[in-house]
Design a protein. Structure first.
Length: 128
């Protein structure tokens, strides 16, 4: 099972980071970032099959693919922002992490505006 490998990698990296933090905090932070990137790359391979599945479902349901594309972008932004903010928090930079999270929220709202607008148009058309 791949999840056991990911969890094992995370635990080993965590122990190494804790040991290194007292002697070489710069290397500990670098190890933490590299571990996060490696785990993200392992998981990213699984995302392509999920995207293909969702595209197939959207095609069967006659859903505009631009909506699905926008939703996938929003989910991607959320994951990337969380990843970046957690790295900043690990480095002790909570203020920068907060700004990254704010930027992510603004980007998500910006992407969601067309979907919200079309939803409101649909509601207005349905109402007498």
């Amino acid at each position: 099972m791949e999840i056991l490998q990911i969890v094992g990698l995370g635990i080993v990296a965590t122990v190494l980071v804790i040991v290194l933090k007292s002697h070489r905090p710069d290397i500990a932070l670098l190890l933490s970032i590299i571990t996060g990137v490696v785990i993200f790359l392992i998981v990213a391979g699984k995302l392509s099959s999920i995207i293909e599945l969702l595209n197939g479902i959207a095609a069967k349901a006659n859903i505009d693919t631009s909506y699905l594309s926008t939703l996938l972008k929003i989910v991607g932004i959320a994951y990337i922002v969380e990843f970046g903010a957690e790295i900043c928090k690990d480095a002790g930079e909570g203020a920068i992490a907060s700004k990254i999270e704010l930027a992510g929220k603004v980007a998500i709202i910006f992407l969601a505006v067309p979907i919200i607008t079309s939803l409101l148009d649909l509601i207005i058309k349905v109402m007498p």
